[in-house]
Design a protein around this ligand. Sequence first.
Ligand SMILES: NC(=O)c1ccc[n+]([C@@H]2O[C@H](COP(=O)([O-])OP(=O)(O)OC[C@H]3O[C@@H](n4cnc5c(N)ncnc54)[C@H](O)[C@@H]3O)[C@@H](O)[C@H]2O)c1
Length: 255
Amino acid sequence: MAFSDRLRGKTCIITGSGGSIGRAACLRFAEEGANVVGVDIAAPGAEETVRLVEAAGGTMISVHPADLTDKAECDRVVATTVERFGGVDVLFNNGAMAYFAWIEDMTDDMWSKTINEELNLVFLMTRAAWPELKKSKGNIVNTASLSAWAGIELLPGLAHTAAKGGVLAMTRQLAMEGRKHGVRANTVSPGTIETNQTRFILEDPEWSRIQLGRAMINRMGQPEEVAAAVAFLASDDASYVTGADIAVDGGVRAW
Ligand SMILES: NC(=O)c1ccc[n+]([C@@H]2O[C@H](COP(=O)([O-])OP(=O)(O)OC[C@H]3O[C@@H](n4cnc5c(N)ncnc54)[C@H](O)[C@@H]3O)[C@@H](O)[C@H]2O)c1
């Protein structure tokens, strides 16, 4: 498929670039002409994404390993981006890590780590990039989740729902604060996306009943389908879209 050129010359930071959705976004953004800056705490996946983007003819650098729960690392990502490309136009806060347990088994440590690694890092990275986004009148896309909107039977996602609900609400506030500076902020809320972590659902009848049975489009989503929604929000095609959320969940939320 031939993509448009709508991100040509835009410098876009994509966190979690070594993961499933992050990699698909790096490839999609590069296809659309962006200068991509990948970031990940894990080096091997991040390196592989750079290799794939370059093999496809795209422009990408990567900052890894970088733990975005560390303020200094967020500052380093922005400084490296400005040094290489002169500014920041788009921040896609995608990278995250959650810890799952039912409330009886949810330890203080699992709770705090989930809030830190799913919510705090979005705040830290956004605050670090904010001055550059103001200069460029850029935009932010944050990854929320279906879990920010609905409980999912079988998923012990107490801390995850709290963190992603926080991302969703915080993004509306960012849109409100950004309006004075021409900065837009939106979220994407994926449903169940087929990745190495979720593929087992297809084999398990109970999970399949819940996950696939609730989708109007009766299959899992693909990372590329999330990336497509993010590319739209990041582009000038979404110039009148802020404070919004796009559900990429096959219709689960509407059913
Ligand atoms: N896959 C799904 O079904 C699904 C559904 C809803 C929401 N999401 C959200 O989409 C996003 C991407 O999910 P994915 O399935 O591609 O996950 P993934 O695990 O494949 O990728 C996440 C990446 O983020 C990186 N990362 C984690 N913590 C980090 C940190 N502190 N600093 C820097 N990098 C860090 C990881 O190393 C990994 O490469 C996440 O925010 C996730 O919550 C995914």
